[in-house]
Design a binder for this molecule. Sequence first.
Ligand SMILES: *Cc1c(COP(=O)(O)O)cnc(C)c1O
Length: 222
Amino acid sequence: MSITSNLLSIKSTLPENVTLVAVSKTKPVADLMEAYNAGQRIFGENKIQEMTEKWEVMPKDIQWHMIGHVQTNKVKFMAPFVSLIHGVDSLKLLQEINKQALKNNRVIDCLLQIYIAKEESKFGLDEKELEDLLNSNEFKEMKNIRILGLMGMATFTDNQEQIKKEFSYLKSIFDKTNQNLTSNCQLLTLSMGMSGDYQLAIESGSTMVRIGSSIFGNRNYQ
Ligand SMILES: *Cc1c(COP(=O)(O)O)cnc(C)c1O
């Protein structure tokens, strides 16, 4: 199957309210251009340098989403152009994004990553940390970021019940948190679901899926 046919067949199965992020990490620009020519405009990358190199050479109507774990000292490289940062998991990182957004005279949209998996290697805030962050004065005073929703990654497992439980848990936090909002925080987007589990994620209330290998094929990591 070609990238184009993979992309179009996945898109045809997505409900209208679900946004597709084409996860293009490790893939060459030619592959991204094939997806672009098939109509895709949102791409997800997990390394700032790789995303920046692709942004420089590709059409400027692309929305670049940072889906990986972000190091504070690298925020400045993507601040001029990034469209949505999925993996924000601390007040300190949010402060740096706010500072770099201000320098670039823009407001940067972010999602807060919530820890839902049973894996040490995954990042994210727990419920209490989320609440503390949203209630902090430091957060309330930030003018150059906007929290648009939450993001989470389920455990890498074949156990569908386990995955479903984790996605439902994230959805319940999303619904609960939606009730006390501030001017720089509106929870509209729930980013959950990848190639292996996006149907389950959509059943559980996802509004944004991040799909890589089912579109571009398996990745080769050196
Ligand atoms: C790589 C990645 C994806 C896409 O994974 P696939 O299994 O290839 O669809 C989604 N989300 C995040 C955060 C990723 O790092």
